[in-house]
Design a protein around this ligand. Structure first.
Ligand code: GRG
Length: 346
């Protein structure tokens, strides 16, 4: 690892202006670094099958179908295959999940939660259909979950977590309604969750975890507040997540998991320290987690595949600039062309 790098992190100062990450230090990674290639067509087929109502995966995921739809549809878009899904059917189902409060549920007839509300907004963004939303209603639901100390609850039951801070900020930024919350207090709460190791936890004093770090760094990036991050200290903690096989874990002494290719890598990119890990070894780890016969990606080699790991594997390869995969935005977790379309148009 080199600590001689100059400070070249994201330079956004205005929360309403588009992100400006410096990718200049990212080298092109060719697929020849692994014994296998990305079997994109098989992953597309796997996702389209997993969505079918009668599949086991669809039954198991019934209560969080909105998240599953976001993972699957974003993967299809990254592989340039969003056009293969029946858009009208998807959009009308998404809208059946909206509650009168303005929030979205994980499926029709379920209770609303901020987790599913972001996924619903992201799905509409993928299809360039934010316009079918009552933006005032959705943004009021999200803004109404902010607490006096700046934190966010997930729903009316009040659980507090920095995941919900990220979701609120990401969602309101996409809807161009960040002015509906107290951004200063939201940022102060996130900063209060920063630990001595440079990482962030789910609440003040909670252990640093790569998933929470993504949420906190992402929220700080979107609000132009990355100066609160000690980039060298956090970059060191994050690059220490890479284990011998090339995979990344979420905290010390834990097993590697493909999903951390997203949580860790996106954070490293946002703080401009992605060149501190071995990218070729990580590409190989992700490719080794593919089901080469039936498509889909698992947490670790030879485990069963699922839609969550398929998304985070492909999203990780996108961050690694793998050929044939569209570029994803590390803060918004949507393809860059989608984010540009939203942030550059009124
Ligand atoms: C739009 C990408 C996107 C996210 C929305 C929901 C959310 C915001 C972020 C979740 C961040 C998070 C906490 C991710 C971690 C998920 C995970 C694999 C947790 C497993 O934790 P443990 O403790 O596993 O079971 P380890 O790996 O620590 O053993």
């Amino acid at each position: 690892m080199s600590t001689e790098e100059t400070e070249r992190g994201p330079r956004r100062t205005n929360p309403e202006s588009p992100p400006n990450y410096n990718f200049s230090s990212r080298s092109k990674l060719m697929s020849s670094t692994s014994s296998s290639q990305l079997v994109a067509d098989k992953h597309v087929r796997y996702i389209l099958m997993a969505e079918k109502k009668e599949s086991l995966e669809s039954v198991v995921m019934d209560h969080l179908r909105m998240n599953g739809a976001y993972w699957g549809l974003t993967t299809l878009d990254l592989l340039d295959k969003l056009g293969t899904v029946p858009e009208d059917e998807v959009l009308s189902w998404v809208m059946t999940c909206q509650h009168e409060s303005g929030g979205f549920a994980g499926n029709t007839g379920h209770d609303p939660h901020i987790l599913y509300t972001l996924s619903a907004v992201q799905i509409l963004a993928l299809f360039d259909k934010i316009s079918i939303l009552d933006v005032g209603k959705v943004s009021s639901y999200v803004a109404g979950l902010q607490n006096e100390d700046g934190s966010f609850s997930g729903d009316i039951w009040g659980e507090i977590d920095t995941r919900f801070s990220y979701i609120a900020i990401c969602c309101l930024s996409i809807l161009k309604c960040l002015d509906k919350i107290n951004v200063e207090k939201a940022v102060a709460y996130i900063v209060s969750c920063k630990n001595l190791d440079g990482g962030f936890g789910c609440t003040p004093g909670a252990e640093s975890h790569a998933g929470q770090i993504f949420c906190c760094v992402g929220a700080l990036a979107i609000t132009g507040s990355l100066h609160h991050v000690d980039k060298d200290l956090l970059g060191w903690w994050l690059c220490e997540r890479q284990v011998k096989t090339g995979g990344l874990n979420g905290r010390p002494e834990k097993l590697p998991d493909v999903c951390y290719s997203w949580w860790v890598l996106s954070s490293l990119i946002m703080i401009d320290r992605v060149h501190w890990i071995d990218k070729a070894k990580l590409v190989k780890f992700i490719l080794d987690c593919q089901d080469l016969d039936n498509g889909g990606i698992s947490d670790r080699p030879d485990d069963a595949v699922d839609i969550f790991h398929t998304y985070f594997g492909v999203a990780g390869l996108s961050l690694l600039e793998y050929p044939g995969v569209k570029t994803i935005d590390p803060a918004y977790a949507l393809p860059v062309d989608v984010i540009n379309r939203i942030l550059f148009t009124r």
